[in-house]
Design a protein around this ligand. Sequence first.
Ligand code: SF4
Length: 324
Amino acid sequence: MSEESWPGLFNEVILYELPVSEIAPYFNQGFGRPTKELHTVIGVLILQQTHDLTDALTVEQPAFNIQWHYALQNPSDPDAAYSGHKGLGYQVQVMVTYTETSDEQEKAETLNLITYVETEKACQSDAQALIPAIETADERDLGPREVQADSLYGSDVNSETAKDAGVELVAPTMGARQNMEITLADFEFSDDGHVVSCPKGNKPDISNEKDGRFSQGFDPVTCAGCPCINECPVKAGKKYYYLRYDNKDVRIAKRRKYEQSDEFKVRYRWRAGAEATMSEFDRRTGVKHLRVRRLKAVRYCAALKAIGICIFRAAAVRMALNAS
Ligand code: SF4
């Protein structure tokens, strides 16, 4: 449909003819703006007026409107895709080892390498990238015991799948945090998922489970008179105050509680090292400004550039060891 309608015409004919050279001089080659593909920028402005959209609505269209997405595909690289967050192009998933030391000498003498690199279209979900990274590294006997990642990789599915593979995922939980003082993590649970006691030490009067959903009924008089009632996730029902949840809710609540702990903050601080690797990857190899097009060629270049980073790092460690 998009091919035959206006998006097809726009992509196949108009996008190529947009007067990119007219506005190119106003974009700085060395700072910020060159990351925006100019065909896309002009195309978006035309389509905004064509469809009479506000700025706020316009920003959403390239990412969520399939017609806009089709119309604005990079004319010079049909494989490049649009991400509302990252822009037009590709993304490279990288897994890198790290060293838990603040000692500069020890750091300099320890080899940290990229153990996984994969290039994807920018529109692909980060959440889907974690498990393939773990599995692929594992196949080469480079599998991690622990992975630190940002919240986009921190879904419950990823956490559980990684755990099944013997890997601990240290990542903030995805989604909004409930703004309550008391959460499911403050209740005590039995191994089979039922509540043993509430944060005030009270046992539920009734305890049911059906199809993985649990319902615990607490004494209404006790709950109504409890000083925590406004902060507690129980809800008043016909006979009891009910707490309803499933195992995933409990896991997420426990992870969120752990994320608030000093232990998590101390462990998670090493995550920043991955940003340093990405920065080095770009600065030393120019991975963000490739001279090739199409996914196959971009993937090839990114993989070889990752090898280059490993070589630079190995050489630096060798020098540090020789010096000491
Ligand atoms: S409101 Fe009820 S369930 Fe919640 S802490 Fe108080 S007594 Fe326990």
